[in-house]
Write a protein of this length. Structure first.
Length: 331
């Protein structure tokens, strides 16, 4: 089978490509080749799978037709402008988060001739807006409170309609905030949720722009990849017209995150967190959901971590060198 990953140089895309190249299979199917597409050069991975990379902007006309010409059976659509940037640059947000995906769906539709790939779209819990119940169920209406959430919600509708019309077999995966995000901080308004763990564990200061009682919904990068793989391989006949699923996750406050940090990095790591309130970020985060009862996805085999300590452990295992930890698991 052929697999296309769009946004393959991103944090989730890189980890997904790495996992697929390592596994060599997706469900019961052997992966013959992978096409990795991004505006910046995706990493080519060693492994048994033939990997081709394309540096292209999906917003440009013709690019989507080019990358779907070989009729990949599975398409992961992960390219996006993150929440903070989509709020600051309105036009860019709509161009990348909506128009580029529309180009992709149209490119697939116009191939025709029975071509109906599985399209896995990385949506977000930002499709939901206040007022929220304490725990949000699967029946919550999508009423986004940000441009980013609105763009994701529109694509969810397109995914459902293109699936209903038989052009694609789509699954929307509403990812929780992925934490701990490795690498340099990005422009996501949610970036500090990772920063308060990642920066201190690497001996650097972290800025906390919101109050410590802020609660949010998390899963690790490892869980995100698991969700995408499950979405690519699941039996979609159980989805009906509701093609997007809220993913399971861990509900935690910043205080609970910091307690988990203390258990791994000790007091000296926690001391590196500096409170610096940011009104715009606090306002955006205040409009985000805090906890879900994601039973629909759970029943369909999507599995997340069970507590925040596990999320920190995944970061330590996957991103930090073992020798930097002493016998008590402290840095
Ligand atoms: N990380 C999270 O916490 C989180 C939470 C919810 C949803 N999501 C969604 O999951 C997906 C992956 O997230 P991520 O954290 O890896 O994001 P990321 O920003 O690390 O990666 C996105 C990638 O898309 C690429 N891209 C942007 N515009 C493009 C274009 N026009 N053409 C081709 N490539 C383009 C970027 O270069 C980048 O490599 C995104 O769709 C994001 O909205 C992420």
């Amino acid at each position: 089978m052929q697999v296309l990953v769009i946004g393959a140089a991103g944090m989730v895309g890189r980890k997904l490509a790495q996992r697929l190249a390592g596994d060599g299979v997706l469900g019961a199917e052997v992966i013959d080749s992978m096409l990795l597409v991004d505006v910046v050069s995706p990493t080519v991975l060693p492994g048994g799978v033939r990997v081709e990379t394309v540096v292209s902007d999906l917003c440009e006309l013709g690019v989507a037709c080019g990358v779907t010409a070989a009729r990949p059976e599975v398409i992961f659509d992960l390219a996006a402008v993150v929440s903070g940037e989509a709020e600051i640059d309105f036009e860019k947000g709509y161009r990348v988060n909506l128009d580029a995906t529309r180009h992709l769906l149209e490119a697939v539709r116009t191939v025709g001739d029975g071509y109906r790939p599985r399209v896995v779209f990385s949506s977000s819990v930002a499709v939901f807006g206040p007022p929220f119940p304490d725990v949000i169920g699967d029946e919550q209406a999508t009423t986004p409170a940000t441009s980013y959430g609105t763009q994701k919600a529109i694509v969810e509708l397109l995914l459902a309609d293109y699936s209903r019309r038989g052009f694609i077999d789509g699954v929307g995966v509403r990812l929780p905030t992925i934490c701990v995000r490795p690498g340099a901080p990005n422009r996501a308004a949610s970036g500090f949720f990772s920063g308060v763990i990642r920066e201190p564990l690497n001996g650097r200061e972290a800025v906390l722009p919101v109050s410590r009682d802020v609660r949010h919904w998390f899963a690790s990068p490892r869980a995100a990849v698991r969700f995408l793989v499950r979405a690519a391989t699941m039996d979609t006949s159980e989805l009906g017209l509701r093609r997007s699923l809220t993913m399971p996750g861990v509900s935690a406050t910043v205080d609970e995150e910091i307690a988990a940090l203390r258990r791994v990095g000790g007091d000296q790591a926690v001391a590196l967190i500096r409170d610096e309130p940011d009104e715009m970020i606090a306002r955006m985060v205040g409009s985000w959901p805090r906890a879900f009862d994601a039973r629909r996805a759970a029943a369909l085999g999507f599995v997340a971590e069970t507590d925040f300590d596990e999320i920190v452990r995944v970061y330590v295992d996957d991103e930090l060198d073992g020798p930097t930890l002493d016998g008590q698991g402290r840095l």
